[in-house]
Design a protein. Structure first.
Length: 613
């Protein structure tokens, strides 16, 4: 592999490559959108015109330029123009809340913005210099020179919350984009290919979706703004004759289940962003054996793709979908906590290097120093590595297996658990269209694994039985600590604006009781109050008076917490073994009445009823 200095001298700026393509194929269609088309000549001319105005406004050498436009040909012109003017674009979605845009603007320190459609200062709050796209057409079409711009100049800033929830602007230089699209061995692009730009432009996959076709001379088809439903996406793929398509994992699973027919014309399908289900990959490749499928893995900080896996001759009967091997211009290392390489088969954290590594986090030197370090390989002097926070292992065929995030690991009953293991097992079960798993905290502060499954059009009357059957099936295939405490059935699992499973909005409400005995409700105020206390502690609803505390997944620590609450509530003394001896509400209510002695039961029940109100 070439050394860092040699590779940097060969890297190019993205806008230069687009302009060269416009010279080669000026009349070819560059962009299509809702029946409109824009040729490469028109894209080059319009972006030169706008770049001149942006340059005149004072943009130089990687200055951040906020771009507040809906997805449209005008957006593509603006992104190209910002690069030509020497700036780095920061995309802000007009559909986002103004305060959200303002927070990013404040963090980035952006001094320039381009808006459109009657856009005003409010669309780019706190930005000193705001240009309206419509006002920037001054008839100036000569190429704009930005001599200070080179391969290491920032090309764009992409905000990602990562695992901490704190927004961070990832600064991506031109060399990183060029490394992705220059001469990739992981994809073969044909002259007639049509790429679909479907993801949010603020999501780093858009780097591949936009610049790969424009540098290669293909047609870039733009999806309408907003998140379309599956039928609309399927129709768009057919109408635009899309041949190269990227889908995030969550969207891929949905399309494979509900819109398989719409993929008939796709030549190369790429997916990724989370752990892929082997069953869904096999479903697509069984239907379309000539389709090229690629699992593309990569953090934003390493510019879209780090590794890729493309099966030859079908996916076979794989237990998991690998993430493959490093793409061109990329190095990887699987390290332990002491940054020592781990042997094949053992789990470690993935560190990545090469020309795709971002410059760092905008205006955050501390966070940059923590995640971006000098490359450990002495053969790459001056190079840097990025700590992904992802768990992987080398498998026998020389590819990497992605196991999930370090920060998604949870401890269940003393075992360290990766929720993706449970998600993959659920996706293998008939009737499960999507799956997600995460940890909830019970009344004793203990972590419990909760799974969510999407079942589409399954009648709601069947959900409880289906959930119970799934848990029983998982008991046969997974260790006890990996069997979810509860499986919540939903018609659909929501995706966020980037097309990934939106775990943050999954309901954290109490789960349905999952015991085999028939439900019998409380018969008096004491039993009703006990049922409420149990329900809050166990996170189960409803709780019957004959349900066993331990069958509802109660445990000794939770029993101790519950007894304390009961003693305070009813002003009684309860031995530590009370719940082991009297594990149902009916038994416990009887014990409470016994402790009251010769007092009539009415005062106890009246007090319980009053507290319940």
């Amino acid at each position: 592999m070439m050394d860092i200095e040699q590779s940097l001298t060969m890297r190019r700026c993205v806008h230069e490559l687009v302009a060269e393509q416009a010279t080669r194929t000026p009349d070819a269609v560059a962009v299509s959108y809702r029946g409109r088309t824009m040729t490469y000549r028109e894209l080059d001319s319009a972006s030169d015109e706008l770049a001149g105005r942006i340059r005149d406004a004072g943009v130089r050498g990687g200055a951040v330029v906020a771009v507040v436009l809906h997805r449209s040909p005008e957006l593509i012109v603006t992104l190209t123009a910002v690069l030509k003017a020497g700036g780095a674009y920061l995309y802000l979605d007009p559909a986002d809340l103004a305060e959200q845009r303002a927070r990013i603007v404040r963090d980035s320190g952006a001094r320039f913005a381009v808006v459109t459609g009657g856009g005003t200062w409010e669309q780019a709050p706190e930005v000193p210099v705001v240009l309206r796209y419509e006002d920037a057409r001054a008839g100036r079409t000569e190429p704009v020179l930005a001599p200070e711009v080179g391969p290491d100049t920032p090309a764009y800033v992409c905000y990602t919350s990562g695992s901490t929830g704190e927004p961070k602007g990832v600064v991506v230089p031109h060399r990183a984009i060029h490394r992705l699209i220059d001469d990739p061995s992981w994809i073969s692009v044909r002259d007639e290919d049509v790429f679909l730009q479907l993801t949010r432009v603020g999501f780093d996959v858009s780097t591949f979706e936009i610049w790969m076709p424009l540098v290669k001379g293909n047609r870039l088809a733009l999806a309408p703004p907003g998140f379309a439903d599956l039928a609309e996406i399927g129709e768009l793929i057919r109408a635009e004759k899309v041949s190269v398509l990227w889908l995030t994992t969550g969207l891929f699973h949905k399309m494979a289940t509900h819109q398989l027919d719409s993929l008939a014309g796709v030549r190369h399908l790429l997916a990724g962003g989370d752990v892929l289900s082997p069953a869904h990959v096999q479903r697509v490749l069984s239907r379309y054996p000539r389709l090229i499928f690629t699992n593309g893995y990569g953090p934003t900080e390493n510019t879209t793709f780090t590794t890729c896996w493309t099966p030859v001759g079908g996916a076979g009967d794989l237990p998991r979908v690998p993430i493959g091997t490093p793409i061109d211009g990329t190095t990887v290392a699987v390290l332990d906590d002491a940054m020592r390489p781990v042997p094949p088969g053992e789990v470690g954290e993935l560190w990545v290097g090469g020309d795709g590594v971002a410059t760092g986090y905008l205006n955050k030197p501390g966070a940059t120093a923590e995640s971006f370090v000098a490359d450990l390989d002495p053969a790459r002097p001056g190079g840097r590595m990025y700590r992904t926070g992802d768990l992987v292992r080398w498998i026998d065929d020389g590819t990497l297996d992605f196991l999930g995030r370090v920060d998604r690991q949870v401890k269940i009953r003393g075992y360290r658990v990766e929720p993706s293991t449970v998600e993959m097992e659920l996706l293998r079960q008939p009737g499960v269209e999507q799956a997600a798993a995460l940890a909830h905290t019970d009344g004793a502060g203990d972590s419990r694994l909760v799974a969510y499954v999407a079942v589409g059009q399954m009648p709601k009357a069947h959900w409880n039985a289906f959930s119970t059957a799934l848990r029983e099936q998982l008991r046969e295939t997974l260790p006890a600590h990996l069997v979810p405490w509860a499986i919540i059935v939903l018609p659909d699992i929501p995706l966020n604006g980037n097309g990934k499973v939106n775990r943050s909005v999954l309901p954290r409400a109490k789960v349905p009781r999952n015991v085999s005995n028939d439900y019998v409700g409380p018969t008096d105020p004491t039993e009703r109050r006990l049922a409420e206390i149990w329900s809050d502690a166990l996170m189960v609803e409803p709780v019957g008076i004959h349900d066993n505390f331990f069958d509802l997944d109660g445990h000794s620590l939770l029993a101790a917490e519950l007894l304390v609450a009961l003693q305070e509530e009813f002003d009684v003394e309860l031995p530590a073994r009370t719940l082991f001896l009297r594990p149902t509400i009916a038994d416990l209510a009887e014990e409470l009445r016994r402790q009251i002695g010769d007092q009539p039961t009415e005062p106890l029940e009246a007090a319980a009823d009053a507290r319940a109100r």
